[in-house]
Design a protein around this ligand. Structure first.
Ligand code: R5P
Length: 293
């Protein structure tokens, strides 16, 4: 038998996943002692279960990982036959190489920790930039749930005559998939990042008269990428773009600056709970998880 257990903050996802898989949802007792240590109990877990832990590793990815590790350890002690992780947002994918001498490649170290904690992994569109696949750093079987079908359905429903725009080279993987599903044209810009909050966007910027630009990126963190891409589009005379991101990290509050740059608004997928969530990716997640069950 298979059961789903939520990592804290991802109860809604876990419920949807259990429903999608047609399995039971088991509620953990998870709390912090006054000194910050974790208390974990799985009072209703039978032995011989295939346990699916479900949770976005954000916010506070280090804390979420510790919860994951403690839940996995408890489940195994109680006789779980397998323990998998469904992470709608998989953290620690940004530092995938050493950019400067002496830097740690945290994507690799985190992958090593997760690989020694669970038996398989599903993530929604992880940030695969310089890494061509999760297998480059994860040693367990992995599957990717794609947000593109749900984003394409939203664009078809909400935007008349769209042109899809990617702010940087790696966004082409999502932008091209959404454009194909919408039978719409797409453009990919070039981005130069000089710091956490310092980016510039350039490239062949056309005004696309008569089209509504839809900017698509995997992550909106400080929002600088969306803001600069919006500025580039508006400077070329385009209509206000609608910004769509898969993962609503929102490390900075960016609403006012994005509006001032000339965007029509921003919507996100529900991999990380946020007021901008309008696109549900539960179906893709359940389909990817089903390959392990
Ligand atoms: C980076 O390569 C990603 O695909 C996103 O473009 C990036 O994480 C967005 O970050 P920010 O919102 O801070 O510009």
């Amino acid at each position: 038998m298979t059961v789903v257990i939520a990592i804290s903050g991802s109860e809604a996802h876990a419920r949807k996943l259990a429903t999608g898989l047609g399995v039971e949802l088991v509620a953990p007792e998870l709390r912090y002692f006054p000194d910050g240590e974790l208390y974990v109990r799985l009072p209703r877990l039978a032995s011989d279960e295939h346990v699916v832990l479900c949770g976005s590793l954000y916010p506070a990815p280090a804390e979420r990982f510790l919860e994951l590790a403690m839940l996995a350890g408890t489940a195994r002690d109680l006789g779980a036959t397998r323990v998998g992780l469904v992470a709608p947002y998989l953290a620690f994918m940004r530092q995938d190489v050493a950019f400067h001498p002496g830097e740690g490649v945290t994507a690799r170290y985190f992958a090593r920790l997760v690989s020694s904690t669970v038996d398989w992994l599903v993530a929604v569109d992880p940030h695969l930039h310089r890494l061509s696949s999760l297998e480059r750093v994860y040693t367990i079987p992995t599957a990717i749930a794609h947000a593109a079908p749900a984003i394409a359905a939203w664009v078809r429903d909400q935007v008349r005559t769209p042109v899809l725009v990617g702010p940087d080279a790696e966004s082409e993987q999502w932008v091209a998939a959404v454009a194909a599903a919408c039978d719409a044209p797409f453009e990919i810009f070039e981005k130069t990042r000089r710091g956490d909050r310092e980016v510039s966007v350039s490239g062949r910027v056309r005004s696309w008269n008569g089209h509504t630009p839809v900017l698509i990126d995997d992550i909106v963190s400080t929002g600088k990428t969306m803001i600069e891409a919006t500025r580039a589009l508006r400077a070329a005379g385009s209509a206000p773009p609608m910004c769509v991101a898969i993962h609503a990290v929102f490390a900075d509050a960016l609403g006012a600056e994005l509006a001032a740059a000339g965007a029509a608004g921003i919507v996100t997928c529900n991999t990380i709970a946020h007021a901008s969530n309008q696109i549900c990716v539960a179906e893709s997640i359940a389909a990817a998880a089903r390959t392990f069950i």
